[in-house]
Write a protein that binds this ligand. Sequence first.
Ligand code: DGL
Length: 268
Amino acid sequence: MIGVFDSGFGGLTVLKEFLRLLPEYDYIYLGDNARAPYGDKSDEAIYNYTKEAVDFLFKQGCELVIIACHTASSKALRKIQQEYLPKNYPESRVLGVVAPTVEEAVKLSRYHKLGVIGTTATINSGVYKKELEKLRSDLEIYQQACPLLVPLIEEGWIKKPEARMILKKYLQPLKIKQIDTLILGCTHYPLMIKDISRLMGKNVKVINPAAIAAEKLSGYLKRHEEIEKKLEKNGKLVFYTTDDIEKFKNFGKKFLGGNIEEVKKTNL
Ligand code: DGL
């Protein structure tokens, strides 16, 4: 089974792309809704929560876990890969969303002027900037934390003029710098991709990491037969939340773009 982990609903935008491209595999999705958002939490809290989530998914039988949450990918993934996995699950793998996204962004950027938007924790981690700079040393990188976007999206306010006004305020500094590529470094932002693209203008490529993560996962599975052959392929889908089941079903469908039939609760 492939485990997909997020702090809450946002990772469903990533799962949606996995299901589109790789529908044959069995997936378990875990949303830590009771402790979300992660974007304003301390490094220690984000690491501990992510570790518990990954542990839960491995105990359910996952061979591979994708951390769909950019905040957890930025703050916890490296330590999980380097310290936690070798000690606890040396045969299993945990992948994040940052590395695949930056590879694609650098390929697509024409003038090497990139912008990154994300939660406060993701932007403060500087992980996107560091990973981009590893690929090329001549990039101009501009980052912008957008802490109000997650609550606005979760409140269903994306079509309201107030949300567009806030978005404009966040994007303006990146526009002034004339970036040519913008990374949506948060699971929620693909829900506002049309507004973001419109505000940035036609000369800016807007990168949706959810779609890239699916393509990269497909490539990864082709390259790693030893993992791929262990994965069940019955198209089965199981959802877990750490909070209210009905709320997960109702809110989740707008992120997944389809109904969520069966959800189980876990306290991790
Ligand atoms: N999933 C988070 C991310 O992609 C956004 C929500 C949160 O702050 O927990 O960064």
